[in-house]
Ligand binder design. Sequence first.
Ligand code: GLC
Length: 553
Amino acid sequence: MINDLWYKNAVVYCLSVETFMDANGDGVGDFQGLQRRLDYLAGLGVTAIWLMPFQTSPDRDDGYDVSDYYNVNPRYGTLGDFVEFTHGAKQRGIRVLIDLVVNHTSDEHPWFQDARSNPDSRYRDWYLWSDKKPANADEGMVFPGVQKSTWTYDEKAKQYYFHRFYDFQPDLNTANPHVQAELLKIMGFWIQLGVAGFRMDAVPFVIAEKGAEVTKPKEQYDMLRMFREFLQWRLGDSIILAEANVVPKENLNYFGEDGERMQMMFNFHVNQALFYALASADGRPLTKAITDTMSRPQTAQWGMFLRNHDELDLGRLSEKQRQTVFSEFGPDKSMQLYDRGIRRRLAPMLKGDRRRLELAYSLMFSLPGTPVIRYGDEIGMGDDLSLPERNCARTPMQWSTEPQGGFSKNEKPVLPVISGGAFGFEHTNVAQQRRDPNSMLNWMERLIRMRKEAPEIGWGDCVPLDTGDKGVLALRYDWRENSVLVVHNLNPTPVEVEFDVGLDDDGATLIDIVDDGSSQAQKNGKHKLLLDAYAYRWFRVGGLDYLLKRREI
Ligand code: GLC
């Protein structure tokens, strides 16, 4: 298999231009500000940036309501600024992925405005209409508790229109060939301006059959192949990273049996089990989730993550497991959202406990996939639960102890900067952590370096090992006659485990690549490890004799 698949071992950093860095002092982050922070990101070692939506938008859903796909929201800058940014990223060896939000538009998009104003509009059929309110209009809301219906009456159109998400986000009729052609045009446009691919929003809904008469929507998987082919024709190594929270048996439909559809997908299945593991110190469901999502085409890759810009969706856990995670990480109603998730950032969920934070990130970085971190994770930023819905975890980046955390010179930033307490900018910021060799920031930089030095994780076959302790997770990766072994102790107490590395040779030495220390196999061929509470160890399986022997086999 060729080595060129860059996304197999990328380290992705997700950020919102709006809250990252404000260069012009109007209180809103912008591309010029982001441009100035590119060296910071290069220093951290990330290899790809995923930009949340930045196109023109009334911004009622943080930009996930686009009103012009071919422009930058003037609040963030111009297309010129955007190209300067992608160029700057390229110069530093960083690829840029952008959000592609095409399940729906904003209701302010000229297409929708035209469509609703005239039944003969050429855009009428770009959306979904119904004379009567469909029987299932009160089902399938993505934001229960906030969103009332999926079909809303439009006074102007004198018909109901379909919206899977908020009522200001009318769904596009993605089965319409004109809509499909436009969608490809949008991808082609941004590819031309220097992006390396897309994080495709809400993919299962994009490809679902839509319409008033549809009761059991079927997915139109062929559409995925069309997107992929178009994109690769325009730019060979560009990718689509799909947001698709689906059950494991659906995975191959998204990747394609031969990898002919999406190159990457976020692994929501593992994400939920990961939080359960952190909450309960029971790694078995996580091992099961890893195993259940193991099989995939060789060119396909998972996106692994802890928290993202949305709520932590726990909808696929059992009721009992979900309650365990709620009571450990989000006991208060104000921390929960949409009856299924937790809206907090990771650091406050783990009570700012450095040992647990390191465990969580080390684990996520060493799962079979490509790690995706979120701005602020690297310094352990907190949340502001006084802000509505998901905004609590979307506050401005904390750069320094200057007013507004150095994010903006304006006293009224777009969202308030977190101030006061352990997570306030006065205490948690980049400038201070940069100077402190033991800071979270410097630790994260080392973790990133370590992940890059272990390409086995991105490329190799993952083999879970039996450690005899449900709280100790051991994964071995084999690739090109090399093996890497990662061990994580979820337990709040030290434990000793004895396990077999599982290679058909018992001379293996485990060489620690994080700290000092290595482990020799005992006489019985097994390794015995004493692990501190929440300890994590990364080993290269080695020893010269051992390696030579393996090569002979
Ligand atoms: C995705 C996004 C979310 C957004 C929704 C509607 O789920 O991650 O933030 O609100 O799509 O576009």
